[in-house]
Design a protein around this ligand. Structure first.
Ligand code: 5GP
Ligand code: ZN
Length: 113
């Protein structure tokens, strides 16, 4: 197993976990780009957003529930926050295990670079 996020799921490498369910893990990004920067991932290895389909679509509901939980727990639900998923090379994806960045604690810029 070479996937770094699968290793975090397996607790083989440490992470600061803020939410865990049967299907989802959320933890602090090791190199935060905002005062709050959480990564929300399915425990199952899927490479990117492109790999959701009719069979596993309930994972997207689970991810939304995790994002809601994280946002409320870390008190960024109001005034708000940003959710980003980078897809493949031009999207800026560096870890090929789908993840949703939850960024908050400051006003986000738009458009992103
Ligand atoms: P991407 O560029 O693929 O959208 O985002 C990957 C994110 O994973 C980056 O923000 C990076 O800081 C984070 N990251 C990479 N390796 C690790 C790690 O071992 N632990 C944690 N917590 N975050 C990581
Ligand atoms: Zn993985």
């Amino acid at each position: 197993m070479t996937c770094i996020f699968c290793k975090i799921v397996a607790k083989e490498i440490p992470a600061t976990i803020v939410y865990e369910s049967d299907t989802i893990l959320a933890f602090h990004d090791v190199n935060p780009k905002a005062p709050v920067h959480i990564l929300v991932i399915p425990k199952k290895h899927l490479p990117s957003l492109l790999d959701f389909n009719q069979t596993n679509a309930t994972l997207l509901i689970d991810i939304q529930q995790a994002i809601l939980n994280v946002a409320v727990t870390l008190k960024i639900d109001d005034p708000g926050f940003r959710v980003v998923t980078n897809v493949r090379d031009h999207g800026g994806q560096e870890v090929n295990h789908v993840h949703f960045h939850v960024l908050g604690g400051r006003k986000m810029l738009w458009p992103p670079g």
